[in-house]
Design a protein around this ligand. Structure first.
Ligand SMILES: [Zn+2]
Length: 395
């Protein structure tokens, strides 16, 4: 038996239209960013009135609350978490970013793909199950989270609650693939330390920019070839990329400092703090050895995230495959290179987690963000089906 929705999956699309009209740019992305407040109000208002549903707002940052929606059906040991973030990246140069525009079976708007299409489907699933709680296979929790697009403070605040969960599905664009593995990351800065001098007598100084050339050579010639040798069958090889470089104060001064920011992506089995410590140790050895001590360097940790490595036989994976099959959806279990809130749930709380949602990561953050209308409807049906199926696989 499957959960039927009288209003059909059209409802998920209506919810998505409502969501994209509410600007919710992460405040990290500068002036004019409204933050998640409007979307949080919408979710709380929409689901707060349903029978048996309890809505809580969890303050995370000023004016920025997580919204936690609980539909308890007396099966807390089989609680399934739905999670989607409410923030988006900046509006960028999209034409009409806050107006849902339909073209060629797609809905164009900022956040349509990342990740309001998923959030709409999850809201729809909670509404459907609230009308038929007898069909929910376990307790259901929806977390509409803040700050995924910057520092993950929404999911981290939620984890502090220690709510018991048997599984989780994170809504991000996966084109309806069941993602059980993803890369983690270690983001850090490398600083070189020189000595300032007037550029009329450059030999009296020590250029931090020239020192940084050695660091870049180390990354390209030592680290990159090592990483190419490692490989995970689901997510591929680890990578390293230098995203920014800053150095020097003005044209006639030998620069005393230079900084690069580095993003090292990890595969399952690599731990971010271990990777970072190894990088630093090898760089210091390179500085003392090949560079003969002429390279004075320090490493500063910026952000660490864990790889996702959910076992193929976890209840949430089995239930997801069954739910997809029941709906005639692809249901392929796969790995992706980008991170999500799933890794935090899995790492800190040991909750077996998958990522699933409509749309492609290629459209997320892009100038022309869009999501497939059909996939929004299919994802909504999948979440609803999973809410029912999961209880049979958990425990
Ligand atoms: Zn996202």
């Amino acid at each position: 038996m499957t959960i039927e929705s009288s209003s059909g999956s059209l409802t998920a699309l209506n919810i998505l239209e409502d969501l994209v009209k509410i600007q919710s740019v992460n405040p990290h992305y500068g002036d004019g960013a409204a933050g998640e407040g409007g979307v949080a109000d919408y979710v709380a208002r929409r689901l707060g009135g349903l029978p048996g549903v309890r809505v809580t707002r969890q303050p995370v940052l000023p004016g920025r609350d997580n919204v936690i929606v609980e539909l308890r059906v007396g099966k807390p040991d089989r609680a399934l978490l739905f999670e989607a973030h409410m923030d988006t990246v900046s509006l960028g140069s999209m034409d009409d970013p806050l107006t849902p525009v339909y073209r060629d079976g797609r809905l164009y708007a900022r956040g349509a793909c990342d990740t309001k299409g998923s959030l709409a489907g999850m809201i729809h699933a909670i509404e459907t199950c609230a009308r038929r709680p007898d069909l929910a296979g376990g307790d259901l929790v929806l977390l509409a989270a803040v700050d995924e697009e910057h520092a993950y403070r929404g999911i981290l605040a939620f984890l502090e609650l220690g709510m018991p969960l048997a599984g989780a599905v994170i809504g991000e664009p996966t084109e309806l693939g069941i993602v059980a593995a993803s890369k983690g990351c270690a983001r850090f800065a490398v600083h070189t330390h020189g000595r300032a001098a007037h550029t009329s007598v450059p030999h009296e100084g020590d250029s931090a920019i020239y020192q940084m050339m050695q660091v870049l050579r180390f990354i390209r010639e030592r680290v990159e070839p090592q990483l190419a040798l490692k490989r995970d069958p689901r997510v591929g090889s680890p990578t390293i990329a230098v995203g920014t470089i800053r150095g020097g104060k003005q044209i006639n001064i030998v620069p005393e400092s230079c900084t690069i920011e580095v993003d090292r992506r990890l595969i399952p089995g690599e731990l971010p703090d271990v990777v970072l410590a190894e990088f630093e140790r090898e760089l210091q050895a390179y500085a003392a050895g090949e560079c003969g001590g002429a390279l004075k360097v320090s490493v500063e940790r910026l952000l660490l995230d864990w790889a996702l490595d959910t076992p193929g036989d976890a209840a949430v994976v089995s239930a997801a495959r069954r739910a997809a099959a029941a709906l005639g959806l692809p249901g392929e279990v796969l790995g992706v290179p980008y991170g999500s809130d799933a890794s935090k749930l899995a790492h800190f709380q040991g909750v077996p987690s998958i990522v699933y949602g409509p749309g492609s990561i290629a459209q997320a953050h892009s100038r022309e963000e869009w999501v497939s209308v059909a996939q929004v409807e299919q994802a909504a049906a999948f979440y609803t089906q999973l809410a029912q199926t999961f209880g049979r696989f958990a425990k």
